[in-house]
Design a protein around this ligand. Structure first.
Ligand SMILES: Cc1ncc(COP(=O)(O)O)c(C=O)c1O
Length: 357
C-alpha cells in the first residue's frame, strides 16, 4: 500500500489547481497579465508574466543534484515549506500525530500546532550525545502517527542517525507512517544522503535545502523527495506559482557546475573551520562540554550561558540559546575565518573570569 493513502481523505480527493495555459510564442490573453515589461526587469522570463506553476527546469536540475527522478521531487520555498505541506497533507486536526525527537528543529512542532495535529517528541539525552533511541521512537508511535520527522544531522545537536537505525524505523513502521528525514545539513557530514534508500523504502521522504551548504538561504528554495504519488499530493496542496521568477532564475544559475564546485570548496572550508573552532573553544576553562557535530554548527555547554551570550553580544557576535533542557548550552554556527576569530576574541575576554562561568 502506498503511504499516499495515509493522506487526509479530502487531500486525496483534491484536484490540482488549473492554471492558465502557458505556451511559448503565443499571444497570451488568458491570464489577466499586463503586456508591459518594466524597465527594471532584467530576468530571462519577464516579470509581467506569471512564473511556471511548477518550475520544470529547476525541478530537473534539483533532481539531478539530489540523485532522484524529477517525478520524485517537488521544489519548495525552503524546506520549511515542505514541512508545512507534509503536515497539512497528512494530518487531520485533533486526530493524527507527528512524532519526532527532542531537542530538534522547532518547525516540526510549529507546523503541527498550526494544523492542530498532535505532536510528540521523544527525548534524547545529552549524556548519550543525543543519540536517537529508535526503540523509544517506535514505542511512541501508534495508529495515529502519520509523520515521523528525523532530523539528521540534527539541529541543534549535530547528531547523525546511523543508517541501520533508520532502516529499522522504516522497516518497522512500513506503510503505517511516512518517515521524513530532514537532511538540511547532510553536506557537512561524512555520510551519503539517504535518498539512495528511496527505491527500497516506499515510506521514506527526504527534505533537502539550498539554504545551508549552497549558501542560498535568502532565495528560499528546497525540495521534498519521495514516492511520485506523495509528490503529486503535496503539489496539489502547494500554492500555484509558488516559486517566484527571480528565485527560479537565480537558483538555476547557482546549480551550474562551476558554482557547485565553489560551493563544495566552501563546505570543505567550513568543515575545517568547525574542527579549528571546536579545538580552540575546548581550551577555554568555562567550556564544560562540546558535542561532536556533523553540521555547520556545534553545541557547547558552559556554566553560565547568559554571561557568555552577553559578552559575545558586546563583541558584536550573536550565538543561539534555546533554554529548557539546553539552558546552559549554546549553539555556535561556524562562520568565516574572520567571524570565528571575532568569536574567539570575545570568548578569550572571559577566560578565567569569576564567578565561575
Ligand atoms: C533541520 C532544518 N530543517 C529545515 C530548515 C529550514 O531551512 P529552509 O527553510 O531555509 O530550507 C532548517 C533551518 O534552519 C533546519 O535547521
Amino acid at each position: 500500500m502506498s503511504i499516499a493513502t495515509l493522506a487526509r481523505p479530502e487531500i486525496q480527493a483534491l484536484q490540482a489547481y488549473e492554471a492558465a495555459e502557458q505556451v511559448d510564442d503565443t499571444v497570451r490573453l488568458n491570464a489577466n497579465e499586463s503586456p508591459i515589461v518594466s524597465a527594471v526587469d532584467h530576468f530571462r522570463r519577464p516579470l509581467n508574466r506569471y512564473p511556471e506553476v511548477r518550475p520544470q527546469k529547476l525541478q530537473h536540475a534539483l533532481a539531478a543534484r539530489f540523485y532522484c527522478s524529477p517525478d520524485q521531487l517537488l521544489v519548495t520555498r525552503g524546506s520549511s515549506e515542505a514541512i508545512d505541506l507534509l503536515v497539512r497533507t497528512f494530518c487531520r486536526a485533533g486526530e493524527d500525530s507527528v512524532v519526532t525527537t527532542s531537542p530538534s528543529f522547532s518547525m516540526y512542532r510549529h507546523y503541527a500546532e498550526i494544523q492542530g495535529a498532535n505532536f510528540i517528541a521523544v527525548a534524547t539525552q545529552a549524556s548519550e550525545n543525543f543519540a536517537i533511541d529508535i526503540d523509544a521512537v517506535l514505542a511512541t508511535c501508534d495508529e495515529s502517527t502519520r509523520l515521523i520527522f528525523i532530523c539528521s544531522p540534527n539541529n541543534p545537536t549535530g547528531t547523525t542517525l546511523p543508517r541501520d537505525e533508520l532502516e529499522k524505523l522504516l522497516q518497522r513502521r512500513g506503510d503505517k507512517s511516512a518517515v521524513v528525514v530532514d537532511e538540511a545539513y547532510v553536506e557537512f557530514a561524512d555520510v551519503p544522503s539517504v535518498v539512495e534508500l528511496l527505491d527500497e523504502y516506499p515510506n521514506l521522504l527526504v527534505l533537502r535545502t539550498l539554504s545551508k551548504a549552497l549558501g542560498f538561504a535568502g532565495a528560499r528554495c528546497g525540495a521534498v523527495i519521495g514516492p511520485p504519488a506523495v509528490i503529486q499530493l503535496l503539489s496539489a496542496v502547494q500554492a500555484p506559482y509558488a516559486l517566484a521568477t527571480p528565485v527560479v532564475e537565480c537558483v538555476e544559475d547557482a546549480l551550474q557546475d562551476e558554482q557547485l564546485a565553489l560551493a563544495e570548496r566552501a563546505v570543505a572550508r567550513i568543515i575545517e573551520e568547525r574542527k579549528r573552532l571546536m579545538r580552540e573553544i575546548s581550551a577555554f576553562d568555562f567550556v564544560k562540554k562540546i558535542w561532536p557535530s556533523d553540521a555547520n554548527f556545534f553545541l557547547i555547554e558552559v556554566g553560565d550561558a547568559a554571561k557568555v551570550l552577553q559578552r559575545c553580544q558586546e563583541h558584536r557576535v550573536l550565538l543561539r540559546h534555546f533554554g529548557g533542557d539546553l539552558a546552559n548550552c549554546i549553539r555556535i554556527t561556524v562562520g568565516s575565518v574572520d567571524d570565528n576569530n571575532q568569536l574567539l576574541e570575545a570568548l578569550e575576554s572571559l577566560r578565567g573570569s569569576k564567578p565561575c562561568l
